[in-house]
Design a binder for this molecule. Structure first.
Ligand SMILES: [Zn+2]
Ligand SMILES: [Zn+2]
Length: 163
């Protein structure tokens, strides 16, 4: 996604766009298959362009506990400063752009904000009961079978013989 900064001296930028997130890091790309709505606000103060990005999409995760797949609303926001032309950068977070740049490609920043906001833990719900390690029962949907006494069919045959 690119923002045109030709008129930014006169008009701050306020724009919305629908983008696909194919360009984000391969480490997390599979979790964000849906279109994202991106809102961008940008303004120029002297030689600095300040960009605020807000992103909304539906993430597709796999629950760490029960392995169910689920969709969830994902939002992220970030502020990025760009410096146009030469001159000292006061902060290593600031990205330099050419003095005659007419647009800024914000995809690298979007990629970074996705990584920063990607959850370390994915849970389908806070109270997810997971899977019983013993019997494999999916405890959100069914009762654990561990409590039941195992019935071995061979005993039935033996009982018949004893009669
Ligand atoms: Zn779960
Ligand atoms: Zn069990």
């Amino acid at each position: 996604m690119k923002i045109n900064i030709q008129d930014i001296d006169v008009h701050p930028i306020e724009m919305d766009d629908e983008i696909s997130l194919e360009f984000i890091s391969p480490l997390i790309r599979e979790y964000y298959p849906n279109q994202a709505t991106v809102h961008v606000h940008a303004e120029k103060i002297k030689k600095d362009v300040r960009v605020r990005i807000e992103l909304l999409t539906r993430a597709h995760y796999t629950c760490d506990r029960c392995l169910d797949e689920f969709d969830v609303r994902f939002t992220a926001r970030i502020e990025q400063q760009y410096h146009q032309g030469a001159g000292e950068l006061l902060d290593e977070e600031i990205i330099r752009i050419a003095a005659d740049a007419i647009e800024i490609d914000i995809n690298p920043v979007i990629s970074e904000m996705m990584l920063l906001n990607h959850p370390l833990k994915m849970l389908c719900k806070e109270e997810c009961k997971g899977i019983c390690p013993n019997c494999g029962a999916h405890l959100n949907h069914e009762e654990c079978r561990c409590g039941e006494r195992p019935i071995d069919p061979r005993w039935d045959e033996l009982r018949k013989l004893l009669k």
